[in-house]
Design a protein around this ligand. Structure first.
Ligand SMILES: *Cc1c(COP(=O)(O)O)cnc(C)c1O
Length: 372
């Protein structure tokens, strides 16, 4: 016999999902209404407005895709690229590699700009790639590399794309609401995120925004977008402004309630205050980790406050320690990804998880477990 599932109350300090507040969980539990109900349509408009606020943009086409962050990435590439197109892709961790995979599955060519995992994207290497491949249509990079805990200079990279007449695709899954992300001021063209990182809402939705240049590129495609579900020309019919909302797919109604509440909380706190909270708590955590003799893996100017990559001390058993943290302290921290597996832990301070209670719990637990 199966029985209902009651999850334990964990403290989520990994690479996402982050802790979902009781206020957001309560919003998700409100009565389900139809996804074409006029009241739901009003809510959709307010979610779009709040997403524009979070992305710091006036882009009309700013919506939550009904799928996780990975679908945001896929939507960016399948809508902008056509077979035979060239894209410059920066890789300094796991997620840049997924971008390459997306370009190739669209029938495009990915020109790779590689940096060491743990370093930011090097703008000089990007400049060289742009010089050698002026025919590339896209420059794609990850703003906040969750696999390594590194921030790259999105403003500079977007500016370089614009000067070269290319459009930029920016992965902001972990950056949105955690560090400054100025879509309009930086001239970014397609920027996507996720709801389960610094927004601390339910997993499974991908906020995404398109500049007018990106919208024009999509509207003037020679071929249909290869993905029916992620074709923005079709999704616009459902999420587009006013007029007739046409059925495209059933929106995850209750998850949108949750996202709306999480965005309201962000608006109440203010973007600057949210960035400052992430930064301040990151400094408190860093200080505590260094008192435990633990070192951060990323050089200071490029550290993400919301994702702290910590070197595992020699002789410590990675999996055993994370297991003990989970079993004895109900605390989740992230394992290293890809080539950093077994070498680093990733301690998240994202959104609702970013508070001093969590930091104290984490430091106390780490101290106890490391001593064992
Ligand atoms: C988490 C993450 C993704 C993928 O998001 P999912 O919601 O897990 O699909 C993509 N890029 C980055 C940088 C991420 O941190």
């Amino acid at each position: 016999m199966s029985s209902p599932f009651y999850p334990p109350l964990r403290t989520l300090m990994g690479p996402g999902p982050s802790d979902v507040s009781s206020r957001v969980l309560a919003a998700a539990a409100r009565p389900t209404i139809g996804h074409l109900d006029p009241l739901f349509v009003c809510l959709m408009d307010d979610v779009k407005r709040l997403l524009q606020f979070a992305f710091q943009t006036t882009n009309e086409l700013t919506i939550p895709l009904s799928a996780p962050g990975s679908a945001g990435m896929e939507a960016a590439f399948v809508n902008l690229l056509e077979p035979g197109d060239k894209a410059i892709v920066c890789q300094n961790g796991v997620f840049g590699g997924r971008m390459k995979e997306n370009v190739e599955r669209c029938g495009g060519t990915a020109v790779m700009v590689q940096d060491r995992w743990g370093d930011p994207v090097d703008p000089e290497k990007v400049a060289k790639a742009i010089q050698t491949h002026p025919d590339a249509k896209i420059l794609a990079f990850v703003h906040a590399e969750t696999s390594t805990g590194v921030r790259s200079d999105a403003e500079t990279l977007c500016g370089m794309a614009k000067s070269a007449g290319m459009l930029s695709i920016v992965d902001a899954v972990t950056s949105l609401a955690g560090i400054d992300l100025q879509v309009d001021a930086w001239g970014a063209d397609v920027v996507y995120s996720g709801t389960q990182k610094c927004l601390s809402s339910l997993p499974g939705i991908a906020p995404i925004t398109f500049s007018s240049n990106a919208v024009e590129m999509i509207a003037t495609r020679k071929r249909k977008v290869q993905s029916w579900f992620l074709d923005m020309n079709l999704i616009m019919g459902y999420w587009g402004e006013g007029a007739m909302r046409a059925y495209h797919h059933t929106a995850p109604v209750n998850a949108i309630y949750a996202l709306h509440e999480a965005l309201l909380m962000l608006e109440e706190e203010g973007l600057k205050a949210s960035f400052a909270r992430h930064k301040a708590n990151h400094l408190v955590l860093t200080e505590g980790l260094s008192e435990l003799g633990l070192k951060l893996a990323v050089s200071e100017p490029w550290r993400l406050p919301q994702l702290n990559a910590v070197q595992i001390p020699d002789g410590q058993d990675d999996a055993a320690i994370r297991n003990a943290l989970l079993k004895e302290f109900d605390l989740e921290v992230g394992a290293g990804l890809g080539e950093l597996a077994g070498k680093q832990w990733r301690i998240g301070l994202m959104g609702s998880s970013c508070n001093t209670t969590n930091i104290n719990r984490c430091l106390t637990a780490l101290e106890a477990v490391l001593r064992q």
